[in-house]
Design a protein around this ligand. Structure first.
Ligand SMILES: Cc1cc2nc3c(=O)[nH]c(=O)nc-3n(C[C@H](O)[C@H](O)[C@H](O)COP(=O)(O)OP(=O)(O)OC[C@H]3O[C@@H](n4cnc5c(N)ncnc54)[C@H](O)[C@@H]3O)c2cc1C
Length: 310
């Protein structure tokens, strides 16, 4: 446990203030000790993975940031599949590489996805038609009081960009994925596919100082029969590579990706995102909803349907 730690280096945006405490548990016992410390000292806490989908407030966080560093990966062979157990702190890419080397296939569809297993499980990470939930079998989760239980994938109540963890504050400690058994030839093909996905990603998306897609696509009930892709509207309003606030700018590569330059603040990112929401609302009557998570803000920092006219 360390205190007064700058969080900017722990996120992809590279912005934001300090945390009063930063804990980096490597074992379940350490995590429980950290939670007990937070409870005893009346400290709020939040979990942070690789910060690839998080914007930290410039004011920082007055409580404890829990940054799990359990990165163990273990493969078990079953008659008809492999089970891959991954610690919440493991990088998704490390889990993919580990599995592919051992002829365990499926997760390569997420090749190049930044972030940890914990962060991916939180949001049900997705790429085109593939969702992490399609592979998840079970997970070990921990409550704020330190209660630990093993839950099945159903427990997460996954949807698009949403899980039970958005409502209830459980910490994912580890997760088990069901993977296909492949031959040497199939594994070689899967590695080639992984390579190609990463190549496409680096051509189409910025590689640093971003959180990927800032807004999520509209749900059918929000889009009311219109196109659900939020990038479609952002492309039409012409923000790509041009709209900026302070040192935050809309990426040249993707209209739904924001990038920060040296010296940017999280306030710049918020002001830019709000500007984008206004443009889409003015032209199409839809209010983009963030996929990016906000940490340390006193209240929700973007517009909602209720506040955009205020
Ligand atoms: C260039 C780029 C491309 C991207 N492309 C995609 C993409 O194709 N598909 C996609 O889905 N996402 C994409 N993202 C977003 C990001 O990769 C995912 O959301 C990823 O799962 C974030 O993982 P993380 O560990 O960085 O999470 P963080 O940003 O650290 O945290 C995100 C949320 O998860 C919670 N969380 C983290 N760890 C845990 C845990 N152990 N237990 C409980 N809650 C936890 C945090 O509290 C926070 O609310 C992209 C991001 C970037 C920068």
């Amino acid at each position: 446990m360390r205190n007064d730690i700058s969080l900017a280096p722990l996120t992809w945006f590279g912005t934001g203030g300090k945390a009063r405490y930063l804990s980096e548990p490597a074992t379940l016992e350490e995590l429980k000790e950290d939670l007990a410390f937070a409870a005893k000292n009346n400290l709020p806490f939040e979990v942070l993975g690789e910060g690839a989908n998080t914007l930290i407030s410039d004011e920082g966080y007055p409580g404890m940031i829990i940054h799990p560093v359990n990165k163990d990966l273990k493969l078990t062979e079953r008659e008809d599949c492999f089970l891959l157990e991954a610690g919440a702190g493991a990088k998704v890419q490390d889990a993919i590489d580990y599995a592919l080397e051992r002829l365990a296939l499926g997760l390569e569809e997420f090749s190049g996805l930044p972030g940890t297993i914990g962060g991916a499980a939180f949001i049900n990470a997705h790429f085109f038609e593939f969702f992490l939930a399609d592979f998840l079998v079970s997970a070990v989760v921990v409550s704020p009081s330190g209660e630990t239980k093993e839950v099945s994938a159903d427990w997460f109540e996954y949807g698009y960009d949403v899980s039970r963890l958005h409502r209830e504050k459980w910490i994912v400690w580890s997760a088990v994925f069901r993977l296909r058994k492949g031959s040497e030839l199939e594994a070689a093909f899967a590695k080639g596919r992984a390579f190609e996905i990463i190549r496409q990603r680096s051509r189409r998306y910025p590689k640093e100082r971003t959180c990927g897609s800032f807004f999520r696509n509209f749900l059918p009930e929000e889009a009311c029969g219109k196109v659900p892709s939020v990038a479609f509207y952002l492309d039409k309003v012409g923000v790509k590579g041009t709209l900026s606030v302070g040192n935050a700018v809309v990426s040249r590569k993707h209209a739904n990706m924001l990038e920060t330059k040296e010296g940017a603040t999280s306030a710049d990112v918020i002001a830019l995102a709000r500007e984008m929401q206004k443009l889409v609302y003015k032209n199409f009557g839809l209010v983009p909803v963030p996929e990016c998570r906000f940490l340390g803000f006193p209240s929700f920092p973007l517009y909602t349907k209720d506040t955009i006219n205020g």
